[in-house]
Ligand binder design. Structure first.
Ligand code: 5RP
Length: 225
């Protein structure tokens, strides 16, 4: 199967976690796009969705699925999103689509995080994928130096010749050269650096389940608290 077919497979499998009558949390990215397309078949069974990006909101609305503000819904039973990397504990690197801050917000208000990913995303140690960090632009140069002190190289993400601007009006640094052996400690530490909006390590908001697309079908990984 191609990577695209594996993404479609897990996107469809995630429908199993959508509870009829309840609002569902929806992430961002090419795998989630497959889930959104599949969700269209259930649109009459759910009140709608809380979305983690303008891109997902547009796709949901195009299918006739209502989108609610995160603030309008106290708690979500489930949040479904992809990952750039996931390890054996359900800790993830996310933000390849620059939506990490809203993704973490919606994940935080959800009882369960269901990660959907093709098998290339499963890793032993996080850090091979360049770590996205959303930052306040005036802090960028200092944050580049702080990552250098940890042994990483941070580069400003560009789009069409200019710094990429997130849905929140901020910039993204992509950090290579890190081996994130302690995801919980790393996330806590970097999140405290002034100017960091969100670091793309999802350890405090880790996955509870991962639907992994493999050549022999969907493997379900479950992670303890
Ligand atoms: C977006 C994300 C995505 O979940 C992550 O980048 C995976 O994307 P894809 O499903 O396209 O591989 O974190 O900010």
């Amino acid at each position: 199967m191609t990577q695209d077919e594996l993404k479609a497979l897990v996107g469809h499998a995630a429908l199993h976690y959508v509870i009829p009558g309840e609002v569902v949390g929806v992430g961002t990215g090419s795998t989630v796009n497959k889930f959104i397309d599949a969700l269209g078949t259930m649109k009459d069974q759910i009140p709608g969705a809380v979305s983690s990006s303008e891109a997902s909101t547009a796709r949901l609305k195009a299918l006739g699925i209502a989108v609610f503000e995160a603030d309008a819904v106290a708690e979500l039973s489930v949040y479904i999103d992809g990952a750039d990397e996931i390890d054996g504990n359900g800790f993830m690197v996310k933000g390849g689509g620059a939506a990490l801050t809203r993704e973490k917000i919606v994940a935080a208000q959800s009882r369960q995080f269901v990660c959907i990913a093709d098998e290339s995303k499963l890793v032993k140690v996080l850090g091979a994928f360049p770590l996205p960090v959303e930052v306040i632009p005036m802090a960028s140069a200092r944050l580049v130096r702080q990552f250098e002190a940890l042994g990483g190289q941070a580069k400003l993400r560009m789009k069409d010749g200019a710094p990429l601007v997130t849905d929140n009006g901020q910039h993204i640094l992509d950090v290579t050269g890190l081996k994130i052996a302690d995801p919980l400690g790393f996330e806590s530490k970097v999140n405290q650096w002034p100017g960091v909006v969100t670091v793309g390590v999802f350890a405090h908001q880790k996955a509870s389940v991962c639907l992994l697309g493999t050549s022999s079908g969907v493997t379900t990984l479950t992670f303890g608290a």
